[in-house]
Design a protein around this ligand. Structure first.
Ligand code: ZN
Length: 479
């Protein structure tokens, strides 16, 4: 490492030394966010927002492809409306923000700043759904929500965050169930195909399910430090909300029926996952498909005649195959190398007078820091191959890491020891009793992440109480 590179990198705490501090260093040094004067709120900087835009655009396309329409609901919810579904209000009450005044006047009814929009959609659906012909209703909204969290961390837990929330109403339970799983699969595909984050798909336990849902499904991913992160959830509501809000339709036989509902959400939290799955001691590592800039051109000896013109021509040519940018500022190349490594840009392209003379450029991949010299006449095809290779490599690396840190345990002692020494996911049997789930959490700090769709009978006894068990659960400490 050059002297300048060392100086630059030393500002970032080594990830194995203090992972939490590494994370905080990276989100600010890579210029994803800045802190605001409100505790627990963050300013998403242009680079962070460009990243979110890419994820959002890709997800929005898939949401529309699966037949959904975007709508927008109000920011405020009257207190009486939130109260309508008992479990739901109990689940959210501790973390809602209240509006009590408008100007200097006290409101006759307090308003909640939406922590989620179920009740707004339900009220609306009760007004617009009358007949089986009105079904299904497949709505989605992109919005901000507010949850008054006690401890906060950029992207992972903030007072306000951005997300999409899908809310649908169906004629039958089966249709609602199909929708719930369909959208979970859309989330899983975004994570695996775009963000190169492997996920485990499964169902949440009763304890961990969404407030008011009949069943909650989740995708769980594993971070570099061995902690899990819930990366997207999809809920099957059954008719619970419909009954509370009177959302009924007349079926083909003329009978009045309740609708069956779903909701599903994907948030800016996923950027936290992206950082913690792929990042390294030099900063972010962004998979090419998610990267706002895939290739950064850094001209070498750019004051020499012809270099800048050549570099700009390259940018133009390559724009057809990748998202390309150029840094022609008068900062030193060493500074630029470090800066774009910190930002996790997948490929750096170096070009100087010698390269121009030899009809070649140098490509440096961010994931392995490997350098390749590529002849100009092969550049477009090689670059495409390289980006695809980086994308695949990041996914495979993350998958290997998850596999290395996924263990099977049969006894509670084994469970505790494995969690202590290897962290990660622990696959263990569970009897289904809340008491065992709570005891595991209390004594180990691990929570049930999900009952995976792909079940394995790793034992026939509950890891906690030793009673008969037929459900395998993924357990982990989690963000
Ligand atoms: Zn048990």
């Amino acid at each position: 490492m050059s002297k300048m590179a060392k100086e630059f990198v030393k500002d970032v705490t080594a990830m194995d030394e203090d992972f939490a501090q590494w994370y905080t260093d990276v989100v600010t040094k890579a210029d994803l966010i800045d802190y605001s004067s409100v505790r627990g709120s963050m300013i998403i900087r242009p680079y962070g927002y460009a990243l979110w835009d890419n994820i959002k655009n890709e997800l929005d396309r898939r949401i529309k492809e699966t037949g959904h329409e975007n709508v927008y609901m109000p920011l405020f919810i009257p207190e009486s409306l939130l109260q309508k579904e008992k479990d739901h209000v109990e689940g959210f009450a501790p973390e809602v923000a209240w509006v009590t005044h408008g100007g200097s006047e006290e409101l006759t009814e307090r308003l909640v700043v939406r922590p989620t929009s179920e009740v707004l959609f339900c009220e609306h659906y009760s007004n617009i759904i009358h007949s089986y012909r009105d079904l299904p209703k497949l709505y989605n909204q992109w919005a901000n929500v507010v949850r008054w969290e006690k401890t906060t961390r950029p992207f992972l837990r903030t007072l306000e965050f951005l997300w999409q929330e899908g809310h649908t109403a169906h004629a039958t339970d089966e249709e609602a169930m199909d929708e719930t799983i369909k959208m979970l699969n859309v989330y899983a595909a975004i994570c695996e195909e775009i963000l190169a984050i492997p996920v485990v798909k499964g169902q949440k336990t009763e304890k961990e399910k969404f407030a008011g849902a009949k069943a909650t499904f989740t995708i769980e991913s594993l971070m570099h430090d061995g902690k899990a992160l819930q990366s997207g959830t999809s809920h099957h509501f059954g008719t619970g909300f419909a009954e509370a809000f009177g959302i009924q339709y007349t079926d083909k036989e003329g009978k009045l029926q309740y609708v069956h509902q779903t909701s599903w959400g994907f948030t800016t939290r996923i950027i936290g996952a992206l950082i913690m799955v792929h990042g390294d001691d030099r900063g972010l590592v962004i998979p090419p498909k998610a990267a706002p800039t895939q290739v950064m051109i850094v001209p070498i000896a750019q004051h020499k005649e012809g270099v800048l013109d050549f570099a700009y021509d390259l940018k133009k040519t390559l724009s057809g195959v990748a998202r390309v940018d150029i840094d022609a500022s008068d900062k030193k190349p060493g500074w630029k190398f470090n800066e774009y490594e910190m930002k996790g840009i997948p490929v750096r392209l170096e070009v100087g007078p010698k390269d121009i003379e030899n009809k070649q450029v140098v490509l440096v991949r961010r994931d392995t820091l490997e350098k390749v010299i590529v002849p100009l006449d092969q550049l477009e095809s090689k670059l495409g191959e390289l980006l695809a290779d980086i994308q695949a490599n990041l996914y495979n690396k993350a998958l290997k890491h998850r596999e290395e840190r996924t263990s099977v345990t049969v006894t509670f002692d084994e469970f505790k020891e494995t969690l202590e020494t290897n962290g990660g996911f622990i696959k263990a049997m569970w009897c289904g009793e809340l008491a065992c789930e709570e005891k595991i959490k209390e004594e180990t700090g691990a929570t049930s992440r999900c009952m995976p769709f792909e079940q394995e009978q790793v034992s026939d006894k509950c890891v906690c109480c030793g009673e008969k068990a037929d459900k395998m659960v993924y357990w982990a400490k989690a963000y």
